[in-house]
Write a protein that binds this ligand. Structure first.
Ligand code: BGC
Length: 743
């Protein structure tokens, strides 16, 4: 094992180095050494042992492994598990692989650590609302440290599917609708999970998922088919994945959906041509849960043997849960339907990552470390700060917010006001509801003890009963201010949680109406995993705070914002429609030949509602005000390979310190294919003191200005470009300029 140890040290250096410098000759020597080590292993492996590396099996729901796993690990017929976790449990199974198997190849323990392991951070859509990738990076690094201490090597995250349709429940797991924002967050999360070296005791291997176009499920129904042009794939759905691969992500997960007739888990174009050929990805691809088996339902494979053949030959390396690679691999090889080289290549990719994870040298978790890392006070403090940074102030008339801590009495009402479980959101890792600070608990801790807090649940999240309304109205009448916490349950978004309505479920809207009728100052706190159609609330209540599902410290973070200890600065990473009938609704759409015009019937709009969103992408308010001015471009003409600097001044014109997100959009006015009306190409979140002014600069390069032309070549075409700088995608005060690209 000494050579393996030295290779590991080399691989650490190599990974660290790869972030700061192009590959050097010693770097490639180190890579060669790992490959040599893998070749030596491959030469000793039987076919069964090779196929064993390609198999991932599920543990039990409580984190235990299954009895069968012992036997498979002993025989070298298991490469990885999912959901097995806890230092002691993973060590027990790992010991079997390391001490009793012939080749002593370590097992790889995977788990869905999506927004926290035990300390639960805001759901990913919330973190994207911070428009601050550093939020996601810190969050992922907290999750990584806790998970690794608990024996988890590999997270099935980040999820980076672009989602343009709020019906799709998994919109909560990603960064929203925009490829540029999505790529920024993909990079940040990969950095947060993997760091410079994912063999470190506080880092995990990341998995970019779901490759690809899963977020475009037709009608927003989970697992549904997607069909789109190669241009849309490359320009909208690929960029976060490309960013992840360029950031060194070690694995990808092939998705459930069919893509233009070829399921993504058997798609040679995406899995091999693009990923390996164009992007030079050298990690491995795991199928999503039983996605290989599901090739039969898709109607691509006639039976399990064909499913294995199609997935392996297309470029899936590891099969999650179903066992077709293992069961049919030998037969396929005998019949010549699968080559030895294909199997060896899949094994090679998996072993490569096991080496990079340092598992050959450090296969075990440190059980004492686990106790000090999990749910540490530092992690709780960070969770609170990051959650507050992720909230979006949607409305604040007459400065209803922030609330004074000196108010005599507060009514706190709503099914989510004292809820623990739902605040964890979907995919809450090993999070415990009992760890969650509710809004009620947090407000009690925030205000002086003399302040009276009148709590009433009012109604359930999703039932027809209005029994609790009378009490809710009574406590509202007795109080100086009313806060109502409404939204969805955690289970209403996430996997297999598509909705055909985006309304507040149950009788919650009626509850808000009843409270509004009391005439008391009313603050609506939303907790939800997707955009909701809240038209009545938007029109009739003075203050709305979008908090998503904010995690273990949700209550504290919300109270920090409501009472002004934190000035909210988040922005929506997704469009909020007025009606589900507008979906898919997104800001970066193409124009039509008949752009909407309220005064002309034969234009692109609806008879029964405006075409515009309720709240646009990029929108969010603050307790202070900002003004943008003095937009400047470094040139009025550039060459196609040129670069342009856009700069603008941002000033805090209000009375409090606060954050604003300056957003740069472009439009290619006329091109060989139609271009979006607006595309985000730069953003930055700033904190400014009252009266403070700062000049902000963004660079526009060919990477920002280019697109795929009719021949599917990425080009920057000559012609006029519009530059728009604002504080949302539909900012009436946005500043506009233009420049020309000239040959
Ligand atoms: C989900 C994946 C997840 C996997 C393992 C699947 O059902 O689609 O996102 O990583 O299960 O839990």
């Amino acid at each position: 094992m000494t050579s393996i140890r030295s290779i590991r040290m080399l691989s650490i250096l190599l990974l660290a180095f790869s972030f700061i410098a192009p590959p050097s000759s010693s770097h490639s020597q180190q890579r060669k050494d790992i490959e040599k080590e893998i070749n030596a292993l491959l030469a000793r492996m039987t076919l069964e042992e090779k196929l064993g590396q390609l198999q991932q099996l599920d543990g039990e729901g409580n984190g235990n492994f299954r009895p069968e796993h012992r036997d498979l690990a002993r025989k070298g017929l298991l490469g990885s598990t999912l959901n097995v976790r806890g230092a002691q449990k993973t060590n027990e199974l790992q010991r079997i692989a390391m001490e009793q198997s012939r080749l002593k190849i370590p097992l790889l323990f995977g788990f869905d650590v999506i927004h926290g392991y035990r300390t639960i951070l805001p759901v990913p859509l919330a973190e994207a609302s911070s428009w601050d990738p550093a939020v996601a990076e810190r969050s992922a690094s907290i999750a990584a440290a806790e998970a690794r201490s608990s024996g988890v090597h590999w997270t099935f995250a980040p999820m980076m599917d672009i989602a343009r349709d709020a019906r799709w429940g998994r919109i909560v797991e990603g960064s929203g609708e925009d490829p540029y924002l999505g790529a920024s967050f993909a990079r940040a999360r990969v950095r947060g999970f993997q760091g410079r070296d994912y063999s470190a005791p506080d880092k995990v291997l990341a998995c970019a998922k779901h490759w690809v176009a899963y977020g475009a499920a037709e009608a927003g129904r989970d697992y549904n088919t997607t069909d789109m042009s190669e241009r849309t794939l490359r320009e909208i759905y690929f960029p976060p994945f490309k960013a992840a691969v360029d950031s060194g992500v070690g694995t990808l997960m092939s998705s459930f959906n069919s893509l233009n007739g070829v399921p993504a888990s058997a798609n040679p174009f995406t899995l091999t041509h693009v990923l390996r050929g164009e992007w030079k990805f050298d990690g491995f691809v795991v199928s999503d849960y039983t996605a290989v088996q599901e090739l039969i339902n898709h109607g691509l494979a006639a039976n399990e043997k064909e499913a294995a053949r199609l997935a392996l030959n297309a470029g899936v390396d590891m099969e999650m849960v179903s066992r077709n690679f293992n069961q049919h691999g030998p037969d396929l090889l005998r019949n010549g339907q699968l080559s030895q080289a294909t199997i060896d290549e899949a094994v090679r990719r998996i072993l490569r990552i096991k080496f990079r994870l340092g598992l050959f040298e450090h296969p075990y978790a440190d059980e004492t470390r686990e106790r000090s890392v999990i749910l540490s006070p530092a992690n709780a403090a960070a969770a609170r700060e990051l959650a507050a940074r992720s909230m979006v102030l949607l409305k604040n008339e007459r400065e209803t917010l922030p609330l004074s801590k000196e108010v005599k009495s507060i009514a706190l009402i709503g099914p989510l006001a004292d809820d623990q479980q739902d605040l964890l959101g979907s995919w809450s890792g090993d999070g415990h509801a009992t760890d969650v600070v509710t809004l009620l608990t947090a407000i009690k801790a925030k205000v002086p003890s003399a302040t009276k807090i009148n709590y009433a649940k009012g109604c359930d999240i999703n039932s027809d009963s209005t029994e609790g309304f009378d009490e809710a109205v009574r406590v509202a009448r007795e109080s100086n201010v009313v806060i109502v916490a409404v939204g969805e349950s955690a289970g209403m978004s996430g996997e297999a949680s598509s909705r055909s309505s985006l309304d507040l479920p149950g009788r919650q809207l009626d509850l808000v109406k009843a409270l509004r009728a009391t005439g008391k100052p009313l603050v609506v706190v939303l907790m939800n995993g997707r955009p909701l159609t809240i038209n009545w609330i938007a029109e009739n209540t003075p203050a709305i705070l979008e908090t998503w599902f904010a995690g273990t410290q949700a209550g504290n973070a919300i109270a920090d914002v409501l009472f002004g200890d934190v000035n909210p600065g988040g922005k929506l990473p997704v469009t909020f429609p007025r009606s589900v009938g507008q979906e898919p609704l997104y800001y970066n759409h193409m124009n039509t030949g008949r752009p909407p015009n309220a005064n002309e019937k034969y234009t692109s709009k609806y008879l029964d509602l405006p075409w515009t969103p309720l709240f646009p992408f990029g929108y969010g308010l603050s307790y202070t005000q900002f003004r943008l001015s003095n937009l400047q471009l470094s040139a009025t003409r550039i060459r196609p390979d040129g670069r342009l600097i856009v700069s603008v001044e941002i000033e805090n014109t209000g009375k409090r310190a606060g954050d604003e997100v300056v957003q740069l959009y472009i439009r290619d006015v006329a091109a060989s294919v139609t271009r979006p009306v607006k595309e985000l190409k730069g953003f930055e979140r700033f904190t400014l003191r009252p009266g403070e002014k700062r000049r902000v600069e963004f660079a526009l390069t060919p990477e920002h200005l280019g697109f795929y032309n009719p021949e599917m070549r990425f080009v920057v075409e000559p012609g006029e470009f519009k530059v728009m700088v604002g504080t949302s995608s539909a900012d009436e005060h946005e500043l506009v300029a233009s420049f020309e690209v000239q040959k």
